[in-house]
Design a protein around this ligand. Sequence first.
Ligand code: ADP
Ligand code: ZN
Length: 766
Amino acid sequence: MHKTLQKYFGYTLFRPLQEDIINDVLSGKDTFVLMPTGGGKSLCFQLPALLMDGMTIVVSPLISLMKDQVDSLVANGIEAVYLNSTLSYSEIKGIKASIVANRVKILYVAPERLMMTETLGLLKSVNVSLFAIDEAHCISEWGHDFRPEYRKLKTLRGKFPSVPIIALTATATPKVRNDIVSELKFKGHNTYVASFDRKNLFYRIKPKNDTYGHLLQYLRETRGKSGIIYCQSRKTVDTLSKKLKKAGFSSLPYHAGLTDKVRTKNQEMFIKDDVQIIVATVAFGMGIDKPNVRFVVHYDLPKNLESYYQETGRGGRDGLECDCILFFGHGDRYKIEYFINKMGKKQERDIALVQLREMIDYCEANSCRRKVLLKYFGEEVEEDNCGNCDVCLEPKEMFDGTEAAKKLLLCVEDLDQRFGMTHVIDVLVGAKTKKIINSRHSMLKSYSAGREYSKSQWQSIARELVRLEVLGVEGTKYPLLKLNPKSMAVLGDSEFVQITKPADEVKISVKGSCAATTKTSKSKSLSRAASKSTPKAKTKSSSKSKSTATKTINATDSELFERLRVLRKTLANRANLPPYIIFADTSLRQMAAKRPTTAQDFLEITGVAEHKLEKYGGTFLAEIADFCDNDEKPTQSNDQTKPKSEKPVKRPPKISEILKNRAVNPDVLSSSVIETLELYKQHMSVEEIAHIRNLTQSTIAEHMEILVQSKRIDSIDHMVDPDKKCIIENAINDVGDKFLSRIKAKLGDDYSYGEIKLVRAAMMCE
Ligand code: ADP
Ligand code: ZN
C-alpha cells in the first residue's frame, strides 16, 4: 500500500483513517466513509483500485468534476476514463473498446449512465473490482441534495452481489447515513467518521464597518492568491466584483442570474488560475475541486452555520492555510429576519430563526470559533485553545463590567421592563429622541447616567449581558429587556460580571490619554499570518497546530515559488489543464524550500510520483537550478549535511529550451517581470498593470517586451490593436528597428512607445 501511495500519488503518509478504510476495502468489505471536504476521500477508492484485479467504477453526480479527476489520475500515469453526456458518440465507442480490452483501471460514470442496460451489460462482460459511490448523500431523500437518478443504485447489489461497495460523503446526518447504508444494501460493513475539524482553516469574525476598505487592504496583502468572496445578493456580487476589478484585482462574478455559459467560463477561469477572485452567491461551490483556495470571505452574514461551514470548507483542500473571514453586522441580521418573517409557514420561520440565532451566537461568542462550529456538528474539541482562530490568537481583553451592568439593569428597571434595547440605551446615553421627549424619559434617574460609553459600546455590553443571561429578553418580533434572578444577584452585589472590553473603547482613551498602545488603534491585518506575528499568538496549543501546512515561507523561497508557479501555469496552459493537476501548491512550496537537484531529491517532494518526475522533473529541476545560480541559499546537493552519494541527473534542459525559440535570455527574468506576467495573465492592460504596481507605463512596456522576446507571451493581439500593429510593422520595415525615436517620429502621437516596443519585440521573435 505504501509503495503504491508513493509510486502513483507521491505521498509518503496516509491521512487519518485512509489506511484503515483502504484495508477494509481490499478485504472485500462494504465501507461507509464520512469525511469533510478536503479530507482525502478519493484516495480511499483510487488506491484500492490500483491494487485490485479488474476495474473500479466510481459513481459521481458532478459531471463537471469528472474530467478534472480523470485528468489528475492520468497525470499520475493511471489508466482512468469517464463516461458521461459530454462525450461524443465516437469517444464513447473508443472508451468502451478500451474497457473491453481491460485497459482501464478506474471508470468514472454518472449514475444515470451506469444504470442504462447497455452500460450494465458492458460491465457484466468485464471484471469489476469495486463500486465507489461518491457524494453518497444524493441517494437519500432526507439529504439536502437528493438526486432521483441515485435511487436506481439500489439495484446494484442484486446485479453485482460479490462486488464490494464503498460510499463516501461529506454531509450526512444520522438519518441520511442510515438511508445510504440501507439503500445500497450494505452487509457487515464498517463505518468511518473522520473529524470535521479542518485545522488549516483560520477563522476570523470582523465587525462590518468599512467592510470594503478592510477587504481591499486584505486583498492587497494576499495579491496573487486564489479566493472566494460570498455575498447574499446577486446585486452585491455584481457591484463588488466590478469595484474590485476597477481597483486592479482580477475578479469575476458568479450567480444564478448569469447565463450557463458565462458561469461555466468564470468557474473554469478560477480553476485554471486565470482569475484570482470569484465573487459569488451561495450558488457557487458545488462541483469545484480547486485545492488552492487561500481565502474565503463572507462579505455578508450567512443564514446558517451549516452552509457557512460548507462554504469555508471549500478553502484549503490541499491542507495549506486558508483565511476564513466573516464580516458581521447587526444590519445583516435584520435584513435576514425581514425575509424570514415573510416566509409562509410558521414552522419554516421558526427553524430559520433558530438557525439565524445560532449563526449570530457564533459571531458574538467569546470562545474558540472552532469549538463552537464543531459543537454544532456534534463534535467536542478538547483543547481550550485551537491556535488558529481570532479568539484564540488574539484573546479579547476582559474587564470587570459589574458597574456597567448595574447601570444598564437599573435603567431597565426605571423603564418598567417595557422597552427594547435601543430605547434603553438611548436613555442611558442621554439621547434626545422623539420617544424620549414624548414619554418624558429624560426625567428618569437613569437618563444620561451612562455617558462614559458610546451607543455602540452599550450595545455590545448589552448583547454580552444577554448572552451571559444577566439580562433577559422576551418576545421575538419586538424583544423587550427583562430582569431575571441573575440580574437581581448582580444588582444585589452577590454576583460580579466579567465582560469583553467594548471594541472602540480604545478610541476614547486615545483621545484622553496616551493609552494608544492597545491593538485596535490602528487598522490591523485580517490574515492569519498577521495574527501569528502578534505576541499573543503564543498559545498553549500552538505547537500542535504548527503543522507544515501553516509554515510561512521566507522571501527568497517565495520568489522561487512564484517562478515555479509561473512555470506550472505555462505548462498547464499548453496541456489545457488546471495548474493544480500538474503539481499542487504543497509540492511547489516544498520545491522552493528544499531546492532539489537530483531526480531522487525530486521524488521526495510530496505529490511527486514517478510519472510526474518523468514528465516534468527536468523542467522544474532546471528552473530551480537556474534560480539557485543567482541565490546563495544552499540547494540540496551543496548542503553539507547531506551525503553526496546520489548522482545528479543529466543537466536538465533549460526552461528556455523547453519554451523554444528564445530570443533573449529568459533565465534571468526578474521577479518584477514575473509579477508583470502574472498580472498580464489576468487580462490587464499595460496601463492597468502600471497603475497597480505603481510603476511607469514605460517600465511595464519594457517588461512586456522581455516577456514577448522570451516567449512567455505568445501573442500581443489583445495589447495592440491589429490595425495599429500592421502600421507599426510597416514603419519599422521602413526605418529599421534600431532607433525607437525614429519609428515614433514616423508614426506620430497616436502610437505610444509601449506599443512600438511590443510590436518590435514580436517582430524579432518571428
Ligand atoms: P475530498 O474528496 O475528501 O474532498 P480529496 O480526495 O480531493 O478530498 O483530497 C484533498 C486533497 O488532499 C487532494 O489534493 C489530495 O491530493 C490530498 N491528499 C489526499 N490524501 C493525501 C495523503 N495521504 N497525503 C497527502 N495529500 C493527500
Ligand atoms: Zn480557536
